[in-house]
Write a protein that binds this ligand. Structure first.
Ligand SMILES: [Zn+2]
Length: 234
């Protein structure tokens, strides 16, 4: 995240920060909660037991999402801060070399030497550190990684989408429990996959298919294990 070059890309990746956390939380919630519930259902457990499994999965998953995102985005933020500190010191220690470095970046992007030097000088006069962060390191100083935001967004997203398989359990008749949980979950995954692909400018059908196949595999494997355990224990 936030490691891209041009301004337009930076804007997109700034939004991608929370969007990524939200989509990750949603996909994970549907796949893991539905699989958990189908696994328990396959062991011929009661509706109450499947419900407890689903709710426990919702709570545990939200917490685990929050912690995981917080840790991962924090380390990204630490790396950004360290990069900024190194750049600040380099700018103080060797301003001339740094100015040439900036100019050579613009030359690589297609400006001639004179114009590149002029651009480097003018941008440096306004905000020297900012120019180096953006064009040398690809860091937007206004859009640094936000660990707390990523944590609560992914937890909230997980908690919200984990209610889908739980709702399927509550609404479906007993014989249709597993197909209802699996069907609603796969449908939601496909829709989410298509929306995510659409926002990212990627092919929608391929993204929907990919997430559906992954989700089906997860549910099938958990169902199989639930069935085997249900037979051997019960
Ligand atoms: Zn520099």
């Amino acid at each position: 995240m936030n490691r891209k070059g041009s301004d337009a890309e930076t804007h997109r990746s700034g939004r991608a920060g929370w969007l990524r956390a939200a989509v990750l939380g949603a996909d994970d919630a549907i796949v893991s909660t539905a699989s958990l519930m189908i696994g328990v259902a396959a062991s011929s457990a009661s509706k109450g037991a499947i419900l407890v499994a689903g709710v426990a999965g919702l709570v545990a998953g939200s917490m685990s999402m929050a912690v995981g995102e917080f840790v991962s985005v924090s380390s990204q933020r630490d790396a950004e801060r360290a990069d900024i500190e190194i750049e600040r010191r380099e700018l103080e220690g060797q301003p001339r070399a740094e100015l040439n470095e900036l100019a050579s970046i613009y030359m690589h992007r297609g400006l001639d030497r004179e114009l590149a030097m002029k651009v480097a000088e003018q941008l440096s006069a306004r905000d020297r550190l900012g120019a180096h962060l953006r064009d040398e390191l690809g860091i937007d100083p206004e859009a640094l990684a936000q660990p707390l935001q990523a944590a609560w967004i992914s937890a909230l997203s997980f908690g919200t989408f984990a209610t889908l398989p739980i709702a399927a359990l509550l609404l479906a008749p007993a014989v249709l429990r597993v197909p209802a949980i699996a069907g609603l979950s796969l449908f939601s995954l496909a829709v989410l996959g298509a929306i995510g692909a659409h926002l990212g400018g990627a092919p929608r059908v391929r993204a929907a298919l990919r997430v559906c196949i992954g989700g089906s595999l997860a549910m099938a494997v958990t169902a199989l294990i639930g069935k085997i355990l249900g037979v051997s224990i019960g």
